[in-house]
Write a protein that binds this ligand. Structure first.
Ligand SMILES: NC(=O)C1=CN([C@@H]2O[C@H](COP(=O)(O)OP(=O)(O)OC[C@H]3O[C@@H](n4cnc5c(N)ncnc54)[C@H](OP(=O)(O)O)[C@@H]3O)[C@@H](O)[C@H]2O)C=CC1
Ligand SMILES: [Mg+2]
Length: 353
């Protein structure tokens, strides 16, 4: 077992070790499941806090009635706060730190926690600052992940995809009349088993071109591989059957040579396990019939066009302003990696990460 897995196993099994890890670990802040993000140009950064290290925070007398500025009066000022102090300023109990949910750890044995400032608790119900003010104080805002997904590119943004909402206690396990959870053992993904929907995502090739499609909800110009939920409840499908059915339903094609490629957890619409496959159509059987109930458009794209789109740099907003119309999913989406793999195979050379 790697050191990281060994450490994660210990944290999951041992509440005391987990509490200890909170002293040195990193905290990602959320509000009602929406992560704290900081805008930087066209992109979002994912800030993290540690418990021990003091942080600088803007203060203002207008937001909360708390004036922690040592210089007093009505002037906004910068002060230093530890995580406990920060929660205090936000009208929240420092108990919330212990209630944070373990979401992973680094190779260097730094534990990572999700701390949700919107989660109801007896103390926060009384005096919590409004969400927008907390975000502003922290130099960012709490943004729906779905809205920000195409602007995230930091290495640890995938952490936000851990979907800890599946592991936090729901109000139904809180004792009646109380906003406190019955016992710490209900906390964390250490104790709960999240429900996940399996989704197949398939990059279909005819040998020379690959098939990409877009839904009307996608950003302008964006095309991706074909995706669809496995029909487990009704049809008891295997991955291969789901691939064949989804491709047939969405573009009217029959596929063969289905090859598993990789998988990814994806937090939308609730929690999905994306299972990525490559497949080919039968020679000559390439005529697409777009299912307009599911897709806005689907088309075959040649190697040069896809390779060019893959090499493009900059945010979505910047790319949308450029001449070439094709946009591809960002690196944090498994679709990006499937398309990259296909380009590398077709061109016989590997691309930069
Ligand atoms: N990470 C990546 O690279 C990519 C991820 N995706 C993700 O793949 C997922 C599936 O793609 P999509 O094309 O929308 O799927 P589908 O083609 O299966 O179409 C969506 C429909 O499936 C039905 N459905 C069946 N099971 C579920 C379930 N467990 N949860 C929600 N809906 C279900 C719903 O219909 P009804 O309401 O009638 O039941 C829904 O409207 C999406 O969440 C999308 O974000 C897509 C592309 C790339
Ligand atoms: Mg689909």
């Amino acid at each position: 077992m790697s050191l990281r897995h060994e450490y994660l196993f210990e944290l999951k099994e041992d509440d005391e070790a987990c509490r200890k890890a909170q002293q040195t670990g990193a905290f990602y802040l959320f509000h009602d499941l929406d992560p704290l993000l900081q805008a930087s140009g066209h992109r979002y950064l994912v800030p993290r806090l540690s418990r021990a290290v003091t942080i600088l925070i803007r203060t203002s007398t207008t937001s909360s009635g708390f004036n922690l500025s040592s210089r007093g009066e009505n002037r906004p000022a910068i002060i230093e706060l530890r995580l406990e102090g920060l929660l205090g300023k936000f009208g929240q109990d420092s108990q919330r730190i212990e209630d944070s949910v373990l979401i992973g750890c680094s190779n260097q044995q730094e534990a990572w926690f999700a701390l949700d400032l919107g989660l109801k608790s007896a103390s926060s119900a009384r005096a919590s600052l409004p969400r927008s003010e907390m975000g502003a104080e922290l130099g960012g805002s709490f943004i729906k992940l779905r809205q920000a997904v195409f602007q995230l590119n930091s290495a640890d943004s995938s952490l936000l995809f851990t979907d800890y909402k599946n592991s936090r206690p729901s109000t139904c396990c809180l004792a009646e009349g109380s906003l406190e959870p019955p016992s710490p053992q209900y906390w964390g993904y250490r104790r709960l088993h999240p429900e996940m929907a399996p989704v197949v995502i398939t990059l279909v090739s005819d040998g020379a071109r690959c098939l990409l499609a877009r839904q009307s909800s996608f950003p302008k110009g964006l095309y991706s591989a074909l995706a669809g939920f496995c029909d487990i409840a009704f049809a008891g499908e295997s991955v291969e059957e789901a691939v064949q059915r989804e491709v047939a339903e969405e573009v009217g094609l029959e596929v063969e040579n289905i090859q598993y490629s990789a998988s990814q957890h994806w937090p939308f619409p609730n929690s999905s396990l994306m299972i990525a496959c490559h497949a080919t159509v039968k020679p000559g059987h390439t005529e697409i019939q777009v299912n307009l109930k599911e897709l806005e458009a689907a088309a075959w794209f040649g190697l040069d066009e896809v390779a060019t789109a893959l090499r493009r740099k900059g945010s979505f907003a910047q790319q949308q302003g450029e001449a070439s119309p094709l946009l591809l999913p960002p690196k944090l989406a498994i679709a990006h990696h499937m398309i990259k793999k296909w380009v590398e195979k077709q061109s016989g050379s590997s691309l930069a990460a």
